[in-house]
Ligand binder design. Structure first.
Ligand code: DAH
Length: 338
């Protein structure tokens, strides 16, 4: 038992000189590990006379607890030192001026958000459908029947005999009416795809579908909402004009023009001298489409419209080549700050 004091003195002395995690580990092995000197004390129990065993065991336990406490304090101290070393090495001078350039949203995103905000103000909700559609949703249930010439209006990217890249956001109408019964007031934004490419067409572009179904909805509601839309997006004195047109999913169908916001209607290059600019298509939802979604056309009626987001963006910002919207030239894009 006299040896305990000597061992403790040696332990304390040696612990003082331990430096860093690795030395600490070696130190632990030497004293507290399985074959360490303090563990060894217990093994010597067998050589201790019987009457001294309890006293010896108690003493060994005391020494061990004492040693462990000292060890832990040293371990904490080393951990703190190493953390401080790391913090110093990783320190960042937050006072150095930043060179990072702040980006901005793409004009298509800006216009899309602006359109959503305008219609949200009229109580519209947002719904998004899949970009891969089936024939049923993209054509048939929208009353674009097989072999109908209207299918040629949209050059389709077919994936299989039944699946395709949606050619418009109108299938969103079907998906909404399948899920929800009237009153319905939704906007369906999304990317659409057609095999078509020139100065004003791109194989991928963006549309915003609108659908309202309720009791007594008429073409007047459509024009009222679209008047509100053009006033907000183009100019407060813009007006709309409806011209008869044809879409299989609406009856009657209309082509919607906006009064030229560049010249106020007098005639200029933008409106090609007519005072009016064509902006979107729409109409009263065809009864057949309502029936295809189990909505009774004797009880409900609806209006729908489809807005081309690139077209609105080009008109709003005076862009005459659609390509620049997809080339992602930073010098072009950085002009559009929200
Ligand atoms: N889906 C048509 C297109 O892509 C646009 C359209 C026209 C949507 C009339 C409508 C509508 O909802 O009523 O050419």
């Amino acid at each position: 038992m006299e040896n305990f004091e000597a061992l403790k003195a040696q332990y304390q002395e040696e612990l003082k000189s331990v430096n860093g995690k690795e030395e600490l580990g070696a130190f632990w092995q030497k004293y507290l590990g399985k074959t360490g000197q303090i563990q060894d004390l217990m093994k010597k129990m067998k050589d201790v006379p019987k009457e001294e065993k309890p006293e010896y065991g108690k003493k060994v336990n005391e020494v061990r607890t004492w040693a462990q406490d000292l060890y832990q304090a040293k371990a904490d101290e080393i951990k703190l030192q190493e953390e401080e070393k790391r913090y110093k090495a990783e320190a960042i001078d937050v006072t150095i001026p930043s060179e990072a350039k702040v980006g901005n949203l793409h004009p298509i995103t800006l216009v899309k958000q602006e359109i959503i905000e305008i219609f949200a103000g009229m109580g519209f909700e947002i719904f998004e459908g899949p970009e891969i559609e089936d024939d049923d949703h993209n054509f048939t249930r929208l009353n674009v029947l097989k072999d109908h010439p209207a299918r040629d209006m949209q050059d389709t990217f077919w994936l299989t005999e039944d699946l395709l890249l949606r050619t418009h956001t109108s299938p969103g109408q079907i998906r909404v009416m399948d899920k929800k019964k009237p009153p319905i007031k939704v906007l369906v934004p999304g990317r659409v795809f057609r095999s078509d490419s020139d100065a004003t067409h791109s194989p991928m572009f963006s549309q915003m579908e609108g659908l309202v179904v309720d009791k007594n909805i008429t073409l007047c509601d459509l024009q009222g909402m679209l008047d509100e839309f053009v006033k907000n997006i183009f100019s407060s004195d813009a007006r709309t004009r409806l011209r008869p047109s044809y879409f299989p999913f609406t009856e009657p169908s209309v082509e919607v023009d906006v009064s030229c916001f560049e010249c106020g209607g007098k005639g200029c290059p933008l409106c090609k001298g007519t005072g009016w600019i064509e902006v979107l298509g729409g109409g009263v939802v065809n009864n057949k489409v309502l029936e295809n979604c189990n909505i009774d056309p004797n009880e409900y009626s609806g209006i729908a419209f489809g807005i081309g987001i690139e077209r609105i963006t080009m008109l709003k910002y005076g862009i005459n080549h659609m390509g620049v919207l997809f080339e992602n030239d930073v010098n072009f894009l950085k002009q559009f700050k929200a």
